[in-house]
Ligand binder design. Structure first.
Ligand SMILES: CSCCC(=O)C(=O)COP(=O)(O)O
Ligand SMILES: [Zn+2]
Length: 212
């Protein structure tokens, strides 16, 4: 394996460990990828069905631009590799992260019928690279199609920039960025927004019910 590939593998394994420390990999959910090369595109993607809280030497495999194993291996690429394929084929992103959290599922269900959710007036939005005063950020929400090629096609409609995020209704979020640092930073910012929103809505509801 080239030095560059080894570095990328180490980076994505480190991100996986950090997200695991946050307990964002419930019940083997979630998957991660990091780009290794362009022309031809290759990337490391997490192996399917593993407990992503554990760090082993068989957590990732190298795949090609179609998401097929690029080297001989008994590992199976993530069932959702096609979404990572869309990220690398539609943008110059270098890393893509997918997690199922309770907060991202709740937000996706609350706003699923609207097809998007918008946040504003939060300092953390600057972590997404948006520095204007009163900045807004909108996250699209797509249906959770069981057929992964269909899910990937619909997902791809929103993969239009080198950094972005899409919520899959009652499933999870996929966030991508220029590199592992940027993708993780963005994921943390989105999860902050979701968690804040869920808490403030619950408190407002509680206050309404106790004050009336
Ligand atoms: C156990 S959750 C269902 C599959 C899923 O949505 C996921 O994120 C994990 O699938 P993978 O094949 O990447 O392990
Ligand atoms: Zn998933």
């Amino acid at each position: 394996m080239s030095i560059l590939a080894q570095q990328r593998l180490q980076e994505i394994a480190d991100v996986k460990e950090e997200l695991a420390q946050r307990d964002w990999f419930f019940g083997t959910s979630g998957n991660l990828s990091i780009k290794v090369s362009e022309e031809p595109t290759t990337f490391f993607v997490s192996a399917s069905g593993k407990d992503k809280r554990k760090r082993t030497s068989e957590d990732f495999l190298l795949v090609d631009s179609h998401g097929k194993a690029a080297e001989e291996t008994h590992l199976k690429p993530s069932a959702e590799t096609l979404l990572h394929v869309k990220v690398y084929s539609h943008t110059n992103a270098g890393c893509s992260l997918h997690v199922h959290t309770i907060d991202n599922n709740v937000i996706s269900e609350l706003y699923g019928d609207e097809g998007k959710v918008t946040f504003k007036g939060q300092e953390i939005i600057k972590a997404l690279g948006i520095w204007e005063e009163d900045a807004e950020v909108t996250v699209p929400i797509i249906p959770n199609y069981a057929d992964i090629p269909t899910l990937a096609e619909v997902f791809a409609e929103y993969v239009t920039a080198d950094q972005g995020a899409v919520l899959i209704r009652n499933h999870g979020i996929t966030v991508w960025g220029e590199n592992a640092f940027e993708a993780k930073k963005a994921l943390e910012a989105y999860e902050f927004l979701f968690s804040y929103h869920v808490k403030i809505l619950s408190l407002k509801k509680y206050n309404q019910s106790t004050l009336t």
